[in-house]
Design a protein around this ligand. Structure first.
Ligand code: SF4
Ligand code: SF4
Length: 330
């Protein structure tokens, strides 16, 4: 139900390029559970998980499950709970993929260190379980030499190379079952494809941040915005409709209406907004008058600082002239 990507990082250290895998999952103490074999969508695996296995729900504890924005959206809809309450009750903060990007992970129960949704009968949110839970035991890595950005910093998804791998943990008896799948069939059955599509742009933001390294700083305001848009769509919606957002960005009427009514579209839009505001991506159009205002403001600030340094220079000259008069030294 969870996979650890540390083993893949091991391959990375061996010089095979950059792999992005462990953003959502982690049982950080057990990298050896990843099988060192690259799988494709057509590779075959023998696996079945069902309530009859002796290890049923053994994998739902002692884990780190990072929640994607789509996971949060589906779980809040399922539990009929505002995101704010959900986060308070079921989530705890974390940093994503060893960056300074703030995110959340499921908060395990204090009493037994297990997922808050697991019961002896199984997962109580099964059809809306998080992405991480759907992957197990097939992990996916995006593997590419030098990252998915070209030399000029422009994103180039064609540099990405996806592959899959299995995670075999001792407690998981699903591998002893007889059902044969291709990796593609398994992913489809688990609804992973849909989740991947929903999470894609958000994951790209995190990986992009990671590729910049910690030398490039992200302002506190930018981090807050990323967290808000990634975890609480109701607040993001208020930000769009109750701030100067619509005076700043060009959006057509149809888009505005969709953002009012459709949570998934709102979430996908938030990724575009974040790409534009955090990384300057060309995903949204800023109104011309706002650009002009900004340029005028920057020019004004520049003029003010030039005036200030001229003034300071003149004051310094006057002061030096006075000193010379007083001391008689030229
Ligand atoms: S959400 Fe469901 S499948 Fe995932 S860890 Fe919790 S109980 Fe297990
Ligand atoms: S078979 Fe594996 S995935 Fe299924 S419950 Fe057991 S440990 Fe979890």
């Amino acid at each position: 139900m969870v996979f650890d990507a540390a083993g893949v990082k091991g391959m990375n250290q061996a010089g095979c390029g950059e792999a992005k895998t462990n953003i959502l999952f982690g049982k950080e103490k057990n990298p050896s559970s990843i099988e060192p074999k690259k799988l494709t969508l057509d590779s075959k695996i023998k696996f079945r998980c069902h309530p009859g296995v002796s290890c049923f729900t053994a994998c739902c504890g002692g884990i780190k499950i990072v929640l994607t924005p789509y996971d949060i959206l589906k779980l809040t809809q399922r539990l009929d709970m505002p995101a704010h309450d959900f986060l308070h009750r079921y989530a705890q903060p974390t940093y994503l993929e060893k960056t300074d990007m703030p995110g959340v992970m499921l908060k395990l129960r204090k009493e037994d260190n297990r997922c808050p949704f697991v019961t002896p009968e199984g997962c109580t949110v099964y059809s809306d379980r998080p992405t991480a839970c759907r992957y197990y035991p097939i992990g996916m890595a995006d593997f590419h030499e030098g990252g998915s950005y070209d030399e000029s910093g422009v994103e180039n998804p064609s540099r990405e190379e996806k592959f899959f791998f299995t995670v075999r943990e001792d407690h998981c008896k699903g591998f002893e079952e007889d059902t044969l799948w291709t990796v593609g069939e398994w992913r489809k059955d688990q609804g992973v494809d849909v989740r991947d599509e929903m999470n894609k742009e958000w994951l790209r933001l995190v990986m992009r941040r990671k590729s910049f390294g910690l030398q490039a700083t992200l302002s506190e305001q930018a981090k807050r915005m990323f967290f808000m848009a990634s975890t609480d769509l109701a607040t993001f919606r208020r930000f769009i409709f109750e701030s100067s957002f619509l005076d700043t960005y060009v959006l057509d009427e149809e888009t505005i209406q969709t953002l009012k009514e459709d949570d998934v579209e709102l979430m996908l839009f938030s990724f575009k907004y974040l790409a534009s505001t955090l990384f300057g991506a060309n995903t949204l159009t800023i109104r011309q008058e706002k650009i002009k205002e900004k340029i005028a403001r920057m020019k004004q600030e520049q003029d003010n600082s030039i005036r200030r340094s001229v003034r300071e220079y003149e004051e310094l000259k006057t002061q030096m002239a006075r000193e010379r008069e007083k001391t008689g030294i030229r």
